[in-house]
Design a protein around this ligand. Structure first.
Ligand code: GLU
Length: 554
């Protein structure tokens, strides 16, 4: 009679290492008490999803704050779904968010003693463990064809019972080793399945750092652990890798909770202690039908991290925003800490909401404005250059044409206790500041003639602008400048404040704010701009006069 050992040998004659050898090759890490080893385990199947950035942020934070290790493992066993180059791209993007692994897959290289960190390079390790399972009758070769699998499924659907390869339906589980040997020698194709000893009517108690303790049905599926392409499936690779890479806490998306019983059974069967688990809530949005749904790669721009990068959001803003999703007390904390030093915030799994958070663009914009308002003009220049170099050539050239002028523009009401929050991203910066530039201003008024409030005739406007040009000096402080503007307005029939004008609409042409608006539109082409006094100062008298003259000549 053929033994399990012989089957194992027949399948993996080249494997001579044992699990004990692997235990020695990847010894338990010597870290201080409480240090967590976490990992981010992306599949190279496309862009960095916002949910994955969220996961990696938490993995990084937990390891860093506990003095542990954060590593990246590339899960590329699904070769059909792999997109060339996306692994490197993911790592580059993480770096932009300052999420830098201590070890693991780093894009173009790998670092650390627990590798390789690319699953497709770990086949020899998986084979050792699978050989062990085969030898001990805990796994078996399964020769089930696709047609047979379809038949089983059809039967189960008809009988309205749980679909899958388990119990009486696990057809090849019951072959004798002699039959297995014969088929293998015959060259019949096969995969290797785990031989589950569970029963789904039993419940197991599980514990999750986010979800607490709960019960879930035991696994009874004979899942595929090794595919015919020589690579393992996710479930098996997760267990082997997190054991031998000595992960202490597996932090991953909530969608994996359903397969936790499989993972726990595998750990138990191998006699290994399972890591702690933290299943993170998914990021949602309100869908077209008004219901909450997961952010979708296909439907939602904000599902891809690259969208925020292209739009020029500061990476800190997105990270800060994601932290508000992670811990409900973070928002208050960061307000108290004036949007600074978020690395000092103490993160806790227990303060994570169980319901998927709704992605809130408004809040992201808010954080972004706060963050940008706190940067110095030099920092803003550097950020804008870094952004525009990749994404916005026009902006890049504009800044480069005169970096000091750009900094002056960006410095309007910046260096003060409560800086203005005029900017939220770099993606629309060109458009926001273009009017400061002579050529762009001229081109703009050619294309779109200035539009003043319809209550005023061009003659009214010209009268105001002419006097402003002659009499309103920018070589005085803001208050005096404003008083002067009021006085000029008054001589031309404009009330010094809006209230007075409202009370006596017949006595005035308008109020000082109409005067300011005329100046603003003349100089900036728009109704909204940064503080007009400073705009005038940045433009300088000569350029202000030139713009006024263009209007007066009409
Ligand atoms: N490769 C899996 C994924 O991308 C990782 C899940 C995990 O972190 O274990 O979803």
């Amino acid at each position: 009679m053929v033994t399990d050992k012989e089957i194992a040998e027949l399948i993996f004659p080249e494997v001579t290492e044992t699990i004990d050898d692997l235990e020695k090759r990847f010894p338990v890490r010597k870290l201080k008490e409480g240090a967590e080893v976490t990992r981010f385990a992306p599949s190279p199947t496309g862009f960095l999803h916002t949910g994955s950035l969220f996961t990696s942020l938490i993995c990084h934070k937990v390891a860093k704050d506990s003095g542990g290790i954060f590593y990246v493992r590339l899960e590329d066993t699904d070769t059909k779904r792999e997109i060339q180059g996306s692994g490197e791209e993911l790592l580059k993007q993480l770096e932009l968010f300052n999420i830098i692994p201590n070890e693991g897959y780093l894009g173009s290289s790998q670092k650390g003693n627990y590798g390789p960190y690319i699953q497709s390079q770990r086949a020899d390790i998986y084979k050792v463990v699978i050989k062990y399972l085969l030898e001990n009758g805990k796994a078996y070769p399964c020769f089930c064809s696709q047609e047979e699998l379809d038949e089983i499924r059809a039967k189960q659907e008809k009988a309205k019972i749980i679909p899958g390869y388990y119990g009486p339906f696990a057809k090849y589980r019951y072959l004798t080793n002699d039959e297995r040997k014969e088929k293998i020698l015959n060259g019949d194709p096969y995969v290797i399945r785990f031989k589950s000893s569970g029963n789904h009517v039993h419940k197991i108690k599980v514990s999750d750092l986010v979800h607490g303790n709960f019960e879930i049905a035991e696994n009874d599926m004979d899942i595929v652990i090794f595919k015919s392409d020589g690579l393992p499936t996710y479930h098996f690779a997760h267990v082997v890798d997190d054991h031998f890479m000595r992960t202490t806490t597996v932090i991953r998306g909530e969608e994996w909770i359903a397969s936790l019983p499989i993972h726990l059974e595998l750990f138990k069967t191998l006699g290994w202690t399972a890591p702690k688990y933290a299943h993170l809530p998914v990021i949602m949005k309100i869908g077209e039908n008004g219901n909450k749904r997961k952010l979708s790669k296909r439907l939602d721009n904000e599902a891809a991290v690259s969208y925020f990068l292209k739009d020029g959001y500061p990476s800190e803003a997105l990270i800060m925003y994601l932290m508000t999703i992670a811990n409900s007390n973070f928002e208050e904390w960061i307000f108290e800490h004036k949007f600074e030093h978020m690395e000092d915030f103490v993160f806790s799994f227990s303060k994570m909401s169980l319901e998927g958070a709704l992605f809130d663009m408004g809040k992201l914009n808010f954080f972004s404005r706060e963050i940008l308002s706190k940067k110095t003009k030099e920092e803003i220049r550097d950020m804008a250059l870094a952004y525009s170099k990749t994404y916005d050539e026009k902006l890049y050239n504009l800044i480069k044409s005169d970096e000091n002028f750009f900094m002056e523009i960006m410095n309007i009401e910046r260096e003060k206790e409560n800086p203005r929050k005029d900017y939220e991203k770099f993606g629309n910066l060109y458009e926001s500041i273009s009017f400061f530039y002579k050529d762009l201003y001229d081109a703009s008024i050619k294309e779109n003639p200035l539009q003043f409030n319809e209550r005023f005739s061009l003659e009214n406007v010209k009268e105001v602008i002419s006097k402003v040009k002659e009499e309103l000096s920018i070589n005085q402080d803001e208050q005096e400048w404003f008083s002067n503007m009021k006085a000029i307005g008054e001589t031309l029939g404009f009330a010094p404040n809006g209230k007075l004008y409202k009370q006596n609409p017949d006595q005035y042409k308008g109020s000082v704010s109409d005067v300011a608006e005329m100046i603003r539109i003349s100089l900036t082409t728009r109704r909204n701009s940064p503080n007009l006094y400073y705009v005038m100062k940045v433009l300088g008298k000569e350029e202000c006069d030139r713009r006024f003259n263009l209007l007066l000549q009409k």
